[in-house]
Design a protein around this ligand. Structure first.
Ligand code: SF4
Length: 720
């Protein structure tokens, strides 16, 4: 049986979404004939061409265009048509020399998006001509996208399609009406792009992954075409949106378009379903699958069946058109740029979250609650495998919270193999991220981390069981930043019982974190209570009360509630965003935080030195009881020619540090460096202790008090 796995439009433009590569990797290892289509990037590939732009401009009735913006774009249509293909080539990094022309302005037509352009020299001065040109090209593509949305398809956005139709859908009525309605030009292009590949592959089964609401409509439009033209083809749907919002689906009309809904991890569910469709299994052996039987929705669970971590092969990226993805630069902020710029290979390090306690998180769902870390060696094998498939050495570990113990092992393995890779991950700001672990991670290629600080208030962090506090966050972000790792903070406002005072204080903590250069970017989310979170299961515990308890027949996710907080969330949200936008550009640290808000808010009660005060470091450390010593410096030289002044040189790029040490330590340091080389630059603490005991009367404490040791710890010897 042949299966086609599709990511419907739209997700990211710069790199593939990992769901279908993971499923395809597993299914292909099981001998299934599997194909993939990233329908989003294929849509963009067809849309942003001279021919298609011409069609789009011709489809718009000029006489009906009233806005000055659209009239201007129509007047400049020939400029858009002549530049679109060169710009797409440039954004695919196939023609980087064009950066010089784009960067000078005057080459690209400029619509509304350029009106608010910040000072380019200020923003991109340090980043260079290519990033500046990518930014201008991004604005140009966004102008075209806005034009399409206003005049051709109200659903079109660059990283989602028809999301506003599919967010918070209590009933299927409005979405069904749109799917059954008259398709617009973009709807038709989506279905044509899908059907062309479908006819090439001729699968027996088509599976759509729906990670977000903004992928649902396009999937249903294609599924409708399948039911009308190939009713024998079985259609299934799964992914994050299905597993989160459609668990309690009661409306059977969705099954007019699809045959099966699959929940949680799809590997075993799809394999079982294919075996069932081939007649090799009974219906009762399906896994976490819903379908329609005699007019009623049936759910077969077999919930515990899953692929053990060790049996998961590398994701299959080679079936996707890596060369078609586009680098978009919306902002000069180096951390925010990572989300839209670069072909990051996405990998998963563990199933679930090792913490799984936060009150606002979907911890009752399998993808969070079932924690199973994968083997570090197997992950680094996967990294090598995926690099071979895509030719790209950058990785985004997409776990909700990457476990520090596993990141340590992976970093050691990357260094041991001498791999040159870059990677970034989501983490919790927890104490295990010591200065040394951060240095090790940086040496292994970690360039950035993102983590939840949520509401920067110790009362609320405790109430939501986040397991971190402000002091710890300051220390951990300091460890990352001083290792050269960029830090992004996820922030939240509007948590039940949160007062305006706490929101203002939270912003003041964030201001101080930016000012101390401990974080480089941040984003405020308005708190949403979801049915699968501890807060949604037990609102009273958090001082909240449901406005309604009724289950929806279609999607169930956000629950509306009241609490006693007297906050104006609109006004607060606006001020928080304004302040943080400025902080991300290193502007406005001197301003009192209350000045960012349009309404009346109280002065902060947070002392101005709160964050700085958390960063006091301990100077003298004891030799550790356990762990591994890892050599991170570039080189060393022991100079023993002057018998009265033995010296050690430590080399780091252009820096050389010289330390003179005591005569009685000569034997120890000679053997220490011999052992270090012998062991591949990793030594157990116990081995160093034994060495010290053999050479020095006072053992290892004499070593940890020595000048050489202090210098090594400062310049390239980590203990993890
Ligand atoms: S918010 Fe993050 S750390 Fe907290 S339980 Fe969810 S995934 Fe884990």
């Amino acid at each position: 049986m042949r299966i086609l796995l599709v990511t419907p439009p739209l997700t990211q433009l710069n790199t593939p979404y990992p769901a279908t590569p993971y499923l395809a990797g597993y299914l292909s290892k099981q001998g299934v004939d599997v194909f993939q289509q990233d329908l989003g990037i294929e849509l963009i590939d067809r849309l942003f061409t001279a021919d298609m732009l011409t069609t789009i401009f011709e489809s718009v009735d000029e006489a009906s265009v009233t806005s000055h913006t659209d009239a201007k774009i129509l007047a400049l249509r020939s400029r858009y048509v002549s530049t679109i293909e060169p710009v797409v080539r440039f954004l695919r990094s196939n023609d980087l020399t064009l950066a010089n022309r784009i960067g000078k302005r005057g080459f690209l037509p400029e619509g509304d998006r350029f009106r608010h352009i910040a000072d380019l020299e200020f923003l991109f001065g340090d980043l260079g001509v290519v990033d500046r040109a990518k930014h201008l090209s991004t604005l140009y593509i966004e102008d075209i996208s806005d034009f399409i949305r206003r005049n051709v398809s109200p659903h079109f956005e660059l990283i989602r399609y028809a999301e506003s139709l599919c967010i918070a859908l209590p009933t299927f009525d409005s979405l069904k009406a749109m799917v059954d309605g008259v398709p617009n030009l973009i709807d038709r292009l989506i279905v044509d792009t899908f059907s062309d590949y479908f006819n090439e592959v001729k699968p027996d089964v088509v599976g759509y992954t729906i990670p977000f609401p903004g992928n649902l409509y396009a999937a249903l439009a294609c599924a409708k075409w399948l039911k009308q033209n190939y009713s024998n083809v079985k259609v299934l749907m799964g992914g994050g949106y299905v597993s989160t919002e459609l668990r309690d689906l009661a409306d059977p009309r969705l099954f007019e378009y699809i045959d099966y809904l699959l929940y949680d991890d799809g590997e075993i569910s799809i394999l079982r379903l294919l075996e069932y469709l081939e007649g090799n299994r009974g219906e009762d052996s399906l896994v976490r699958t819903s379908f329609l039987k005699d007019g009623a929705i049936v759910n077969v669970s077999n919930a515990l069946l899953d692929v053990p971590g060790g049996e998961r092969p590398a994701p299959l990226y080679s079936q996707l058109p890596i060369g078609k993805y586009l680098d978009m630069v919306e902002t000069a902020n180096p951390m925010l740029k990572l989300w839209s710029d670069g072909r990051w290979n996405k990998l998963i390090l563990a199933h679930g979250c090792y913490w799984a306690k936060c009150a606002f998180c979907d911890v009752t769902l399998d993808y969070i609650k079932r924690f199973e870390p994968y083997d570090a060696t197997a992950i680094v094998d996967m990294m090598e495998n995926v690099m071979g498939q895509t030719g790209q050495s950058g990785f985004h570990f997409v776990d909700e919270a990457a476990p520090p113990a596993l990141l340590k092992k992976i970093s050691l393995e990357i260094i041991r193999r001498g791999l040159t890779v870059s990677w970034w991950a989501n983490v919790r700001f927890e104490r295990s991220f010591t200065r040394d672990l951060c240095l090790l991670m940086a040496r292994a290629g970690c360039i950035a981390v993102s983590g939840g600080l949520e509401v920067a208030s110790d009362r609320l962090l405790a109430l939501m069981s986040k397991g971190v506090d402000i002091k710890q966050t300051a220390k951990v972000t300091s460890a990352f930043s001083s290792a050269g790792i960029l830090v992004h903070a996820y922030l939240m406002y509007g948590f039940p019982s949160e007062t305006t005072q706490e929101t203002i204080d939270s912003l003041e903590v964030v201001r101080q974190l930016f000012e101390q250069k401990l974080i480089q970017s941040a984003f405020w989310h308005r708190f949403a209570m979801t049915v699968h979170s501890p807060a949604g299961c037990n609102p009273e515990k958090y001082g909240a009360k449901f406005l309604s308890n009724k289950k929806n027949p279609f999607a169930n996710n956000e629950i509306f509630f009241t609490d006693n907080a007297d906050t104006d969330l609109e006004m607060l949200g606006e001020g928080l965003r304004k302040a943080t936008y400025n902080y991300m550009h290193s502007i406005g640290f001197e301003k009192n935080v209350v000045t960012w808000f349009d309404g009346k808010v109280p002065q902060t009660k947070v002392p101005p030195t709160l964050v700085a005060g958390c960063l006091v470091t301990v100077k003298n450390e004891h030799f550790p009881d356990s762990g591994t010593l890892v050599w991170l410096a570039d080189g060393y030289q022991l100079l023993l020619t002057d018998s009265r002044r033995p010296k050690l040189h430590i080399f780091n790029q252009s820096k050389v540090v010289e330390v003179i040490f005591r005569l009685e330590e000569i034997g120890f340091w000679e053997d220490f460096f011999l052992l270090l080389e012998e062991k591949g630059y990793f030594i157990g603490v116990e081995e160093v202790k034994a060495l010290a005991k053999a050479h020095l009367d006072s053992g290892v404490e004499a070593i940890s008090a020595s000048k050489v040791w202090k210098s090594l710890r400062k310049n390239g010897l980590a203990i993890v």
